[in-house]
Design a protein around this ligand. Structure first.
Ligand SMILES: [Zn+2]
Length: 176
C-alpha cells in the first residue's frame, strides 16, 4: 500500500465519525509524539486516541473494562515504553497522564467529545547530557496492538524535524 492509498484508507475510515474540530490529530491507529531535547532534560509528549490504548473511548462500564484501563495505564507508566540512547545517561523523572473521560489529570471539559476521546501523556527524563542521545526506542507497538503509526516531531538544539514510525519499527533517530 503506498502512502496515498494509506491516507485515503484512513480518511475513509475516519470520515463518518471524526468531527472537523479534532480531525487534525484524532485518527484511530495513529499517535502523535513530540520529543523535546534540552541540555539536561528529554521530554516526550504523546497524544493518542483512547481507542489505541484500551479499545473504547468513554469511561469504563464494567470490571473488565476497568481492568483494561488499569493495565493500559500501568503499561504507559512502566519503564521500557521509551528507551533513550544510554550515551545521554537519562533516568525517568515524571510521567503525567491526562484523559477527560478517564478523569485523569486536568483536561478541559471543552475538549470532551461525545464520539471520541484522547489520552495525552508526558514523559520527562533527566539526563547528564540529553544532546548526546542519538535515538529513542519506542515500545508502544509491543504494548498496544491497535497502534499502527506514530507521527514524531523532534525539537533538538540542532533543529526540528519529523519522522514517521510504522509498526513494527521502534527506533526514532534524533539526528537528521
Ligand atoms: Zn476516536
Amino acid at each position: 500500500m503506498n502512502l496515498l492509498h494509506y491516507a485515503l484508507w484512513l480518511g475513509i475510515l475516519a470520515f463518518p465519525t471524526v468531527s472537523p474540530a479534532q480531525s487534525h490529530a484524532h485518527q484511530h491507529g495513529l499517535l502523535r509524539l513530540d520529543i523535546a531535547v534540552e541540555a539536561r532534560k528529554l521530554t516526550l509528549q504523546m497524544e493518542s486516541p483512547l481507542d489505541n490504548l484500551v479499545g473504547f473511548e468513554r469511561a469504563p462500564r464494567n470490571d473488565a473494562e476497568r481492568k483494561r484501563v488499569e493495565a493500559a495505564l500501568a503499561k504507559l507508566k512502566a519503564a521500557g515504553v521509551f528507551t533513550i540512547d544510554p550515551a545521554a545517561q537519562c533516568s525517568p523523572a515524571k510521567v503525567t497522564l491526562t484523559s477527560a473521560v478517564l478523569k485523569l489529570g486536568t483536561s478541559q471539559p471543552a475538549a470532551a467529545n461525545h464520539n471520541h476521546a484522547d489520552l495525552d501523556a508526558s514523559f520527562e527524563f533527566e539526563c547528564q547530557d540529553a544532546t548526546r542521545a542519538t535515538f529513542v526506542d519506542v515500545g508502544l507497538f509491543d504494548s498496544f496492538a491497535g497502534m499502527q503509526q506514530i507521527e514524531v516531531q523532534v525539537a533538538a538544539p540542532k533543529g526540528q524535524f519529523k519522522r514517521t514510525l510504522k509498526r513494527p519499527a521502534r527506533r526514532v533517530a534524533l539526528t537528521r
